[in-house]
Design a protein around this ligand. Structure first.
Ligand code: DWN
Ligand code: ZN
Length: 406
C-alpha cells in the first residue's frame, strides 16, 4: 500500500497495519454507536523525506469537534511541565520591550495562563471551542481557528511578528503540516523561535508503543524528518531535546535560517537515529511484529485471568485506549469498565470496543483484582495515587514495552 507524502510529495510505503479503527477521542454515548466512523489504521514512512505518517485522510473537523474531550491540565505532572515551559519562555525569550507569543492548539490554557498572569502579549489559536472557553476563563486571549498559511496572515497583521510560537501535542496532529510551516514562516519574527513537542518516533519504536498510533497522530516525528521538513519550508532546525512526557517526546526548536546557532544536540540525535535505523522500512516492519506479539500476550493474559474468575478494570481512558482495545479485541466482557477522572468522558464508551467509562469513585468503591493501565504514560502518578489499591492486593497490568504485571 502506497500514499503520497504530505510533506514532500514522495512515496509513502505503508508498513504498520493495525486494522480498522474508530476515532481515538470519539467517546460515543451508549445507544449512539450505530454510525461510528472507522478508518484503516495504517502507518508508513516516506521514501524521500523519511516522515512517518498515517496513510488515511481524516477530515480534521471530524476530529476536533466542539466537544473534543482532552484537557491538557488533567494531570498534575503535565500542569507542572507546561508551567515550567511558560516560565522558561518568560525568562529567556520574552524579555524584550513588548514581546509576543502565540500557541497553536492552546487547549485549556495550561501554558498560556502563566504568560497571561505575567502580563505578556499572547494569543492562543484553538479551534475546539469549549476548551478555548476554559482558557478564556483563565484570562487567556484565544482565536478559535485552525492555524495554517491563511489564518497566519491576519494574526501577523494584527499582532506583529512572534518572538515565540509554541505547540505541544498538536503539530503532529495537523495533516496540512506543510501549510502550518508556511504560516509559521510568515508569523515568526527574524529572531523568533518555533518550539513544539510531540511523541517521538525513536521512543515509540523503542518501547513498541503501538497505542500512540491513532487518527489524531497524522505524523510521528523524528529529528531527521523534521530537519528535512523545516528546510523544505524555509526554516531551520536549531535544537532538539528529549522530554519525558507522553512516554517519550521530542522538543524541536526551529528558527528563520541562520538566525540561531545549531546546538550539538541535533547532530547527536541524528547519529542516534541512524544507529537505531529509524529511517528504514524494516525497522517499522519489526515494530509491527512486536505489536502483534504484545496483542497475543495481552489477550492470553486477560483471557486466562478472566477464566480464573479474576475481576479486571481499565484505568485511564486516553485516546490510546481506543487503539489497544480495538487492536487486541478487548471488550466489556473481559474489562467491564474503565475509570477516568475526565468528567466529559464519564458515562460514555471507548469507541469501537464499547467499554463504559466511569468516574474513579466506582473503581475505589469495589477494587478489582487487576487494573489494566491504559494511561501508562502517567504510571508513576497514578500508581502513587492509587496506593490503597495495591495495598489491598490489587495488581497493575502494563503492556508497554511488553506485557507485565506489577
Ligand atoms: O496527542 C495527544 C496526546 C499526546 O495527548 C492527544 N491527541 C491527546 C492526548 O492523548 P491521551 O488521551 O493519550 O492523553 P493522556 O494524557 O495520556 O490521557 C490520560 C487519561 O487518563 C486522561 O483521560 C485522564 C486520565 N487520568 C486519570 O483518570 N487519572 C490521568 C491521570 C493522571 C489520573 O490520575
Ligand atoms: Zn516525504
Amino acid at each position: 500500500m502506497y500514499a503520497t507524502c504530505r510533506i514532500c510529495s514522495g512515496s509513502v510505503k505503508g508498513t504498520i497495519d493495525l486494522g480498522s479503527h474508530p476515532r481515538g477521542n470519539a467517546f460515543p454515548k451508549p445507544g449512539e454507536t450505530a454510525d461510528e466512523f472507522f478508518y484503516p489504521l495504517v502507518v508508513g514512512m516516506c521514501d524521500s523525506c523519511t516522515m512517518v505518517q498515517l496513510m488515511a485522510d481524516i477530515p480534521q473537523e471530524v476530529r476536533y469537534h466542539d466537544s473534543y474531550p482532552y484537557y491538557a491540565s488533567g494531570s498534575s505532572v503535565h500542569r507542572g511541565h507546561f508551567e515550567g515551559i511558560a516560565q522558561g519562555f518568560l525568562d529567556t525569550e520574552l524579555t524584550g520591550p513588548d514581546p509576543f507569543i502565540a500557541e497553536i492548539g492552546s487547549n485549556d490554557g495550561v501554558m498560556l495562563a502563566k504568560i497571561a498572569q505575567a502580563g505578556v502579549r499572547h494569543l492562543g489559536i484553538e479551534p475546539s471551542r469549549h476548551v478555548a472557553e476554559l482558557s478564556m476563563a483563565k484570562g487567556v486571549r484565544v482565536h478559535s481557528v485552525f492555524f495554517d498559511e491563511h489564518s497566519a496572515r491576519p494574526i501577523r497583521a494584527e499582532h506583529g511578528p512572534a518572538d515565540v510560537i509554541f505547540g505541544a501535542n498538536v503539530i503532529a496532529h495537523i495533516a496540512h503540516l506543510a501549510s502550518v510551516l508556511k504560516g509559521v514562516k510568515h508569523l515568526l519574527g527574524p529572531r523568533g523561535i518555533f518550539v513544539f513537542e510531540e511523541p517521538y518516533l525513536g521512543s515509540v519504536v523503542e518501547q513498541t508503543a503501538f497505542d500512540l498510533l491513532y487518527d489524531e497522530h497524522s505524523f510521528v516525528f523524528s529529528v531527521r524528518a523534521i530537519q528535512a521538513a523545516a528546510e523544505m519550508y524555509g526554516l531551520e532546525l536549531v535544537d532538539a531535546q528529549l522530554v519525558a512526557i507522553h512516554g517519550g517526546s521530542m522538543r524541536y526548536t526551529l528558527s528563520q535560517p541562520g538566525a540561531r546557532e545549531v546546538t550539538p544536540g541535533v547532530g547527536e540525535l541524528l547519529a542516534a537515529e541512524a544507529a537505531q535505523r529509524l529511517a528504514e522500512h524494516s525497522t517499522l516492519e519489526a515494530f509491527a511484529g512486536r505489536a502483534e506479539r504484545i496483542r497475543d500476550d495481552l489477550s492470553a493474559l486477560l483471557g486466562s485471568l478472566h477464566a480464573q474468575g479474576k475481576r479486571i478494570a481499565g484505568y485511564g481512558a486516553p485516546a490510546k485506549t481506543t487503539t489497544v482495545t480495538n487492536y487486541c479485541g478487548i471488550g466489556p466482557d473481559i474489562v467491564p469498565f474503565v475509570s477516568d477522572s475526565t468528567p466529559s468522558k464519564q458515562g460514555r464508551l471507548i469507541a469501537g470496543s464499547h467499554i463504559p467509562v466511569v468516574p474513579p469513585e466506582v473503581f475505589a468503591a469495589d477494587y478489582p483484582d487487576y487494573a489494566l493501565l491504559f494511561a501508562w504514560n502517567h504510571a508513576e502518578e497514578i500508581i502513587a495515587k492509587e496506593r490503597a489499591f495495591s495495598e489491598r492486593g490489587g495488581r497493575w497490568i502494563l503492556y508497554v514495552p511488553d506485557v507485565h504485571v506489577i
